[in-house]
Design a protein around this ligand. Structure first.
Ligand code: ADP
Length: 226
C-alpha cells in the first residue's frame, strides 16, 4: 500500500538545516498494523505527516497504491485524504462548539452522499466505539477516553483504508489507553491498515510490526509476537 524510497525531509532556515528524515525506506502492506517508536525529535511525526500527505518529502519517492504522490497536486492529495485516510491525534482535536455527533460527521465533510446515509454512518461509527449514548453531548462533557473514542469515530466514519494515529494513547490513563488500543486492534482485524506512533512499549506490542527510529532513520523493524 505504502512504499517510501530513499525519502528525506529537511527543514531549512537562514542559519541551519535540520534533517528530520534522512533516507527512509519503508513498505507497509495493506492490512498491516505498524507501530513507530523512537526518542523525541527522531522524526516520527514528520514521517506520519508525510505518509498522511499533510507534509511533503524534500527528496525521494512516496508510492501510495503504486502511484508516486510525492509531488502530486494538492487537490489530488486532498481527495486521497478525504477518501482513503483517517487521522487520530494525541490531543483528540475535537471542535468544542460541536456535539459529538457533529464532530463525527466532520469525517464525511465534502463527501457527497444522501443526508440519510451520512446520519446512518455517523450512528454506526459512534456505536462501534461505544459513544452512541454521548451523541448530543459536547466534547468538554466527556472524559479523555470518550473524547478519543469520538475522534476515532470521526476518523473511521468515512471507512478509510489507512488509519494514521499519532500517540493516540499519549493523553490517556491505563484503562482508557487499553480501550483505545482494543478499538484500533479491532479495526485492524476488520481490514484497516494502521500506522501508529507510540511511546508505549506495551501498546507497540499490540501492533504486528514495530519500527524503531533514531535521528531521522529507521534503525530496526521487528515483527511482534501476537
Ligand atoms: P518526533 O515526532 O519523533 O518527536 P519530529 O518529526 O517532530 O520528531 O521532528 C524531527 C526533527 O525535525 C526534530 O529535530 C524537529 O526539531 C525538526 N522539525 C520538526 N518540524 C519542524 C519545523 N516545522 N521546522 C523546523 N524543524 C522541524
Amino acid at each position: 500500500m505504502i512504499h517510501l524510497q530513499d525519502l528525506s525531509r529537511t527543514y531549512a532556515s537562514d542559519e541551519i538545516e535540520t534533517t528530520a528524515l534522512g533516507g527512509i525506506d519503508l513498505a507497509v502492506e495493506a492490512g498491516e498494523f505498524v507501530a513507530i517508536m523512537g526518542p523525541s525529535g527522531c522524526g516520527k511525526s514528520t514521517l506520519l505527516n508525510i505518509i498522511g500527505t499533510i507534509d511533503r518529502p524534500t527528496d525521494g519517492r512516496y508510492l501510495f497504491e503504486g502511484a508516486d504522490i510525492a509531488r502530486a497536486p494538492e487537490a489530488e492529495l486532498a481527495k486521497l485524504r478525504r477518501d482513503r485516510l483517517g487521522f487520530v491525534f494525541q490531543s483528540f482535536n475535537l471542535i468544542d462548539e460541536l456535539t459529538i455527533a457533529e464532530n463525527v460527521a466532520l469525517g464525511l465533510a465534502y463527501r457527497s452522499m444522501p443526508a440519510r446515509e451520512k446520519k446512518d454512518r455517523v450512528a454506526a461509527a459512534m456505536d462501534k466505539v461505544g459513544i452512541a449514548h454521548r451523541a448530543r453531548h459536547f466534547p468538554h462533557q466527556l472524559s479523555g477516553g470518550q473524547q478519543q473514542r469520538a475522534a476515532i469515530a470521526r476518523a473511521i466514519v468515512g471507512d478509510p483504508k489507512l488509519i494514521l494515529a499519532d500517540e493516540p494513547t499519549g493523553n490517556l490513563d491505563t484503562d482508557n489507553g487499553a480501550q483505545v488500543m482494543n478499538i484500533l486492534t479491532g479495526l485492524n482485524q476488520d481490514g484497516a491498515t494502521i500506522v501508529m506512533v507510540t511511546h508505549s512499549p506495551s501498546h507497540a506490542d499490540m501492533a504486528r510490526r514495530r519500527i524503531e527510529m533514531l535521528d531521522g532513520r529507521i534503525v530496526a523493524s521487528t515483527a511482534c509476537a501476537i
